[in-house]
Write a protein that binds this ligand. Structure first.
Ligand code: NDP
Length: 265
């Protein structure tokens, strides 16, 4: 007989979710969605000022989140934060590796130090944070890891060599965690957002001195079948799905949420 399916499969009630870099933008939207689905929210950013500002935003949104200051590239600090979360809130059921940076510099002008700094936040950190939460997940017999990849996990473009290398690597880390720990009932998947209007992409939407639209803004809208930028809200449903029991047999997958642009360009 077929198992019964109910919409409770999408509920995150009773789960603890850590979303890295969830002060604003995509991370904040995912945290909001997880709160609506019933999860307890913990987040971190690298700076006290961002945590303080974010706490106000969470309060305003009616979300009782707990914020931690932790640079995700610092393995010792991450281990300490995860231990503290486990003691103060509970073991982590859902991890979203969201913290990320981009440096738009043509490759020949980019220093090795700049390249490394992007790899550090966008690729090494998801390894570090995943490694810190996996032991408890394995012990509990379940866990969800969601890596925030990018269209640049599939494509290259001028000025984003480090970002594309990191996000391409993150796609493969996703598949590897799935292969290595799937048997322990860990699902590791990724979301690949298209162009999303957040502070990270604000410079690409700035008006030109003559008041016209930024050429990149025009390019994105013309190449996206949805004919618009995405918003953080566009990612909320996919993020809940990948964190919930509804996706228990989905593993090692990259879900592109991009308004169709990857299908077109
Ligand atoms: P934002 O720049 O708006 O937010 C990034 C967050 O990461 C901030 O909260 C920032 O806080 C935090 N962060 C950065 N470095 C660190 C660090 N070392 N330790 C801890 N926290 C850190 O980014 P978006 O919301 O736009 O992007 C979120 C994710 O989505 C990123 O991984 C990004 O690459 C990816 N993405 C975004 C797209 C877009 O169009 N916006 C498209 C595709 C992917 P603080 O600086 O205070 O530490």
């Amino acid at each position: 007989m077929m198992e019964e399916f109910t919409m409770d499969a999408f509920s995150l009630k009773g789960k603890v979710a850590l979303i890295t870099g969830a002060a604003y933008g995509i991370g904040f939207a995912i945290a909001t969605a997880y709160h609506k689905a019933g999860a307890t929210i913990v987040f971190n950013t690298s700076r006290q000022a961002s945590v303080d500002k974010a706490m106000l935003a969470y309060q305003e949104a009616g979300i009782p989140a707990k914020g931690y200051v932790c640079d995700v590239t610092d393995e010792k600090a991450v281990q300490a934060m995860v231990k503290q979360i486990e003691e103060e809130v509970g073991t982590i059921d859902i991890l979203v590796n969201n913290a990320g940076i981009i440096k738009r510099i043509p490759m020949l002008d980019m220093s090795a130090e700049d390249f490394r700094s992007v790899i550090d936040v966008d690729l090494n950190a998801p390894f570090i944070v995943s490694k810190a939460v996996l032991p408890s997940m394995i012990k509990k017999g379940h866990g969800k890891i969601i890596n925030i990849c990018s269209m640049m996990s599939e494509l290259g473009r001028e000025t984003v060599s480090a970002y594309a290398a990191a996000k391409g690597g993150l796609k493969m880390l996703t598949k590897n965690i799935c292969s290595e720990y799937g048997e322990a009932n860990i699902q590791c998947n990724a979301i690949g957002p298209g162009y999303i209007a957040t502070p990270q992409t604000a410079p690409l939407r700035e008006k030109q001195p003559d008041g016209s639209r930024h050429p990149f803004d025009q390019f994105i809208v013309s190449k996206t079948p949805a004919a618009r930028w995405g918003t953080p809200v566009d990612l909320m449903g996919s993020a809940v799905f990948l964190a919930s029991d509804a996706s228990n047999f989905v593993n090692g997958h990259i879900l592109y949420v991009d308004g169709g642009i990857l299908a077109y360009i």
